[in-house]
Write a protein that binds this ligand. Structure first.
Ligand SMILES: C[S@@+](CC[C@H](N)C(=O)[O-])C[C@H]1O[C@@H](n2cnc3c(N)ncnc32)[C@H](O)[C@@H]1O
Length: 284
């Protein structure tokens, strides 16, 4: 079949689900990934003929997309902070909002690029946060923990892929026993309440790890309380805590950090105008 014919089939079958622009971008990602073809090829050689073997993964991808499987899990990687990260069903797909959190940290650290900052990421998943920090803050000593050994395996291979050194280890953030002195603690813990599940798309609900996403309606800030308690004891003088948060719980998060005696608390909106991240300075 010709390349342009396959693209037409993608549009016919997927446009009603995703819209034309997104389908075009899926198609380019698939031909780049499986056939090593750059997107301009379609413009200059629309009549390029593909063999059955070459077509097969494209049609498999089409069928997975029809079942709402995220494109990142189909091709096995995603981009984050201009770096490439392997992803699989064991880890959350890194989100653009989380890039904004990392940019915030990098901006705050701009004045001290040579410092050997000790940084800990709690609930590291693919390792996107600590690996990006290690890449862009070359002198920092970066650590990442997760309860999931499968996630840690992916995080370690992502550190290797991006040629950085991050100390990854397994721990339960609800019962952290480490005693240390970090300059920065960052976390994007699970924060979606069960009551918000019905607002979520099936590409998230059916494919992304539950453990990475959900908290009970009864105690949605359970992870944040544990992190704030830990951070209070394990941040160095004037150490900083950065958190990605549930957009509906911004004020509750300000209150939680105040209760834990954090100072200079800043609540920030993401690119969509939602309360999405918060920063606090440890007191004393
Ligand atoms: C929202 S995901 C964030 C992943 C990654 N940091 C990111 O921003 O893409 C939350 C992570 O917390 C981990 N997690 C869930 N419960 C945990 C616990 N009790 N202790 C440590 N990690 C936990 C999950 O395995 C998941 O990787």
């Amino acid at each position: 079949m010709l390349l342009r014919e396959i693209k037409n089939i993608f549009h016919q079958e997927l446009n009603p689900l995703y819209g034309e622009q997104e389908v075009t971008s899926f198609f380019y990602l698939l031909i780049e990934h499986y056939l090593d073809l750059e997107r301009f090829v379609l413009a200059v050689q629309p009549n390029m003929a593909l063999s059955k073997t070459e077509e097969q993964p494209l049609f498999e991808g089409l069928s997975e997309l029809k079942q709402h499987k995220p494109i990142q899990y189909i091709i096995g990687y995603t981009d984050f902070m201009d770096l490439q990260f392997k992803v699989g069903p064991e880890v959350l797909i890194p989100r653009p909002e989380t890039e904004e959190l990392v940019h915030w940290i990098l901006k705050d650290c701009k004045a001290k690029p040579q410092e050997r900052l000790q940084i800990l990421d709690i609930g590291t998943g693919s390792g996107c946060i600590p690996i990006s920090l290690a890449k862009y803050l070359e002198s920092a000593l970066v650590h990442g923990l997760d309860i999931s050994l499968d996630a840690l395996k992916i995080a370690r291979s992502n550190a290797e892929l991006n040629s950085v050194s991050v100390d990854f280890f397994q721990a339960d953030m609800l019962q952290l026993k480490i005693q240390s002195n970090y300059d920065i603690i960052v976390s994007n813990p699970p924060y979606v309440r069960d009551l918000e599940k019905n607002k979520m798309y099936s590409n998230v609900l059916d494919y992304e790890p539950e453990m990475a996403l959900f908290v009970s309606d009864k105690d949605p800030l359970v992870f944040y309380r544990a992190i704030a308690n830990f951070a209070k004891e394990n941040l160095s003088k004037s150490g900083l805590l950065y958190l990605e948060i549930n957009q509906y719980l911004g004020q509750e998060m300000v209150q939680l950090l105040e209760e834990h005696k954090f100072k200079h608390i800043t609540l920030r909106k993401d690119m969509f105008g939602n309360d999405r991240m918060i920063k606090g300075v440890v007191s004393g």
